[in-house]
Ligand binder design. Structure first.
Ligand code: KIV
Ligand code: ZN
Length: 502
């Protein structure tokens, strides 16, 4: 029978850890919901001990998710393990994920521990976690730079203590496919009681080999792969889920038919959601989910594909959920057509979400003749732009813009005030002027660390999607907003971020 590969998604932990990818609770819940639709086996929801906010989000995800396991990361310390289990205990399939470094460089300089001390600590931590939870993953951090006999010794001891998954991270993305495969083969042959646990791999992309390394390990016998949507993660990121899954899907001949339970048709939507939430867009040439991944530009290629698709296409856009039927909606489209199109795009929305999105659709359809799939995705994602409380609201704005200078008059409603506050300021462009005016009104400037504007579709009246990252003291927030007016989207995104910071 073909081997089943489990997908352990760490978008919400390793992914969220990467610069500019932090998410708030609502955003994490939305991602968890989508990961469940996607069909991953385990969602690593965060690192519960690291902060009360992390604890709360891991716990909320554990309560929400029904069709995937939920894991929390934990150092090999009892206080971490207690928090990790406490956060995941309401999950249908809780997992505690303990890590401890095993490479000489980490043991000597970071842990300041001997080999024997590492073995003892690892086994004791797993034994402590096992008192609460049957499913324990143990990660030997920097495994790929560890002495392999020592690694086998650590793994043998943690299996004795109750570990069910042994994870082999290439923490610094240093290994090659041959080396990773040889390591997995060695471990399968040398770890004692290997029949009681499975081997997992966790590869980073510093040398661009995360996916290749992971696939080499699958060939060598690993049965769990750790990955993130769009490959987000520390530094150059983690192995990308969509690339791993589509390699196994497309090259079943090479991987002995090994398959995941991922619904590939949910891949595109998952990728878009992460881009939307983090504001980190993938390159157009990114495999599987980039804008050009299925675009055939040259005449020769187009002719070939039209004559016989497989001349230039090894998988179809439909396989990953990119809708082909370019049906558009407009002012006169009804609720049914709207709902059907959302379903065709892969959304699983409840009645309330459909009603809210339909109300936004009606407003947009009054401004814009044709509503494209890109607009629809933006409309659905708009619920993520809402904040619980709006301390600062846009009342109105006036922009005067010339070639290299602009002025903005901004009217803001602050708190419960009945009249708007008004300030005019100037800047090098309209957005700069508007942000200066907002800062003057608030009196407490926030630092803008990132600004991004994109169009939801290719037409001139497309919905503009603005994403900003703001910092105030040690707090950061991502602000997002959409409007058919680029300046309005930019102003609203800034205020959205400010409301989250306050
Ligand atoms: O890269 C790494 O080593 C990790 C571990 C905590 C699994 O993320
Ligand atoms: Zn990692």
């Amino acid at each position: 029978m073909a081997k089943r590969i489990k997908v352990f998604d760490t978008t919400l932990r390793d992914g969220e850890q990467s610069p500019g990818c932090s998410m708030n609770l609502n955003e994490k819940l939305e991602v968890a919901r989508q990961l469940e639709n996607l069909g991953v086996d385990v969602i690593e929801a965060g690192y519960a001990f690291s902060s009360p906010e992390d604890f709360e989000s891991v716990s909320a995800i554990a309560k929400l998710v029904k069709n995937a396991g939920v894991a929390s990361l934990s150092r090999a310390l009892n206080k971490d393990i207690d928090a990790a289990y406490d956060a995941v205990r309401h999950s249908a399939a809780p997992r505690v994920h303990i890590f401890l470094a095993t490479s000489p460089i980490h043991m000597q300089y970071k842990l300041k521990m001997t080999e024997d001390e590492v073995v003892t600590r690892a086994a004791a931590a797993v034994a402590h976690a096992k008192k609460y939870c049957s499913d324990i993953e143990f990660s030997a951090e920097d495994a790929s730079r560890s002495d392999k006999a020592f690694l086998a010794r650590v793994f043998s001891e943690v299996i004795k203590a109750g570990a069910t998954v042994l994870n082999v991270p290439d923490t610094v993305g240093y290994s090659t496919p041959d080396e990773m495969a040889a390591l997995v083969t060695y471990l399968l042959e040398n770890v004692q009681s290997m029949d009681k646990a499975e081997i997992s791999v966790h590869c980073h992309n510093d040398l661009g080999l995360a996916v290749a390394n992971t696939l080499a390990c699958v060939k060598a016998g690993a049965t769990q792969v750790e990955c993130t949507i769009n490959g987000i993660g520390e530094r150059a990121g983690n192995a990308s889920l969509e690339e791993l899954v589509m390699n196994l899907h497309t090259r079943a001949d090479v991987y002995g038919g090994a398959q995941t339970r991922v619904n590939t048709k949910q891949i595109y939507l998952s990728s878009k959601l992460i881009q939307q939430i983090t504001g980190v867009r993938v390159a157009p040439s990114k495999a599987i989910v980039g804008d050009n991944a299925f675009a055939h530009e040259s005449g020769i290629h187009q002719h070939g594909v039209l004559a016989h698709r497989e001349t230039y296409e090894i998988m179809t856009p439909q396989d990953v959920g990119i809708p082909q039927n370019k049906m558009v909606l407009g002012k006169h489209s009804g609720r049914h057509g709207f709902k059907d199109r959302l379903a065709e795009l892969g959304y699983h929305l409840n009645q309330q979400e459909i009603d809210e999105a339909f109300a936004r659709f009606k407003v947009l359809a009054d401004k814009k003749k044709v509503i494209t799939d890109g607009d629809l995705k933006a409309l659905v994602a708009m619920k993520l732009d809402e904040t619980d409380t709006e301390h600062v609201k846009l009342h109105d704005f006036i922009i005067a813009s010339a070639k290299d200078r602009a002025t903005a008059t901004i009217y803001l409603m602050l708190g419960d005030a009945e009249q708007p506050r008004e300030v005019t300021d100037s800047g090098s462009g309209p957005v700069d002027a508007a942000y200066s005016a907002i800062n003057s009104i608030l009196g407490e400037p926030v630092e803008l660390t990132k600004y991004d504007i994109s169009a939801a579709s290719g037409d001139a009246d497309a919905l503009a999607q603005a994403v900003v990252k703001l910092r105030r003291g040690d707090k950061t927030a991502t602000g997002r907003a959409k409007s058919t007016d680029t300046i309005e989207a930019s102003i609203l995104a800034y205020l959205n971020g400010i409301n989250k910071l306050w």
